[in-house]
Design a protein around this ligand. Structure first.
Ligand code: NAP
Length: 315
């Protein structure tokens, strides 16, 4: 069997962080090789309008934004392949990335694997996920709930954004939150709580997704944590928006992670890891800012670090 080629830089992930790293390393003539996971374009593709990415005075569609980044990376020679890294060996050089099909060799690696939606784990959620009424993406599935009542679970910016987006279609949107104030930024919280179609269900946790027998959501049982009272919201769609879990498993224990599973970069750097030539960027390591623009910024930092490291050690 012939030895596979050794890549200069392999970038894992095609969200804002990975694509920005690709643009920078491609422009630096490093001929980057990008591995694309199960959600090409990352989480931004599942949001509707992105209003806070600088340069777009009137907002930009999340899918189009990442599509543009991808085209930009391709223009400078980035190569893409669909592959899921299952494990890594960072003990020797070149670094080894193991996918289901083969082992990829790389001098430097930029991990930008993002984070996946957290689920509630309540009965019925798993059974009715995807096409049967439970989803994590209003942009993808909102239009299926025209003139129907739906529920959004969560109290952060994602929940507020999903609820507002759903008002375009649904007749009523219940926003189910376990406390009595939203965690979302003030502007989003104000918009959501003052919207005539959004009914906030405060101090309440979801208990069960109803409708498993019928194979379609018929309601959401919720419990008021202060009174203990249970009630059923008569919804046909349930949008779970309670945060994310970083996609870092295949890289542990080679790289350090915190108790939430997020990569922990070396002191004094946002992107450098304890393994020379291996960098992290975006939502897989950032649990504080988690914005498209900060992910892009980290992708840029990782690319510049990789470029300098390669020049020093493999120039
Ligand atoms: P988040 O800020 O972590 O909020 C998660 C929400 O879900 C919280 O309200 C939390 O309740 C609730 N929650 C967590 N676990 C739960 C459980 N098991 N059962 C019920 N509720 C649960 O996550 P996010 O909204 O996805 O936002 C992530 C980051 O992206 C944030 O930094 C946010 O600002 C950013 N973001 C920005 C925009 C924008 O600017 N347009 C849009 C989306 C996201 P508690 O409040 O009680 O903890």
């Amino acid at each position: 069997m012939s030895t596979p080629p050794v890549e200069n830089v392999v970038i894992i992930g095609t969200g804002c962080a990975g694509l920005t790293a690709a643009i920078y390393t491609a422009r630096a003539s490093l001929n980057p090789f990008v591995l694309e996971g199960p959600l090409p374009g990352g989480q931004r593709t599942t949001t509707s309008e992105v209003e806070n990415f600088p340069g777009f005075a009137h907002g930009v569609d999340g899918f189009q934004l990442t599509q543009q980044m991808r085209e930009q990376a391709t223009r400078f020679g980035t190569r893409f392949e669909q592959a899921l890294v299952q494990s890594v060996d960072f003990t020797s050089m070149p670094r080894k990335l193991v996918t289901a099909e083969r082992t990829i060799l790389a001098r430097s690696v930029i991990i930008a694997t993002g984070a996946s939606p957290r689920m509630t784990g309540i009965p019925g959620e798993k059974e009715l996920y995807g096409g049967k009424g439970v989803t994590t993406c209003a942009t993808c599935d909102g239009a299926f709930y025209r003139k129907m009542e739906v529920a959004v679970i969560g109290g952060g910016d994602s929940a507020a954004e999903e609820a507002l987006f759903l008002t375009r279609f649904a007749s009523k949107v219940y926003l189910v939150h376990r406390r009595d104030t939203l965690r979302a930024s003030k502007i989003m919280a104000d918009r959501a709580t003052s919207h005539e179609k959004i009914a906030c269900v405060w101090d309440s946790v979801p208990v069960e997704v109803m409708g498993v027998k019928e194979n379609a959501v018929s309601g959401l049982k919720v419990k008021n944590v202060k009174t203990g009272a249970e009630s059923v919201l008569p919804v046909k769609g349930i949008f779970v928006a309670i945060g994310h879990i970083p996609n870092t498993k295949p890289f542990t224990p080679a790289l350090a992670v915190d108790e939430g599973g997020y990569f922990v970069p070396e002191a004094g750097s946002q992107v450098r890891t304890r393994v020379p030539g291996v960098y992290v960027a975006g939502d897989c390591s950032d649990h504080v800012y988690r914005q498209a623009i900060t992910a892009a910024g980290m992708g840029c930092q990782a690319a510049i670090e990789a470029e300098r490291w390669l020049a020093e050690h493999h120039g």
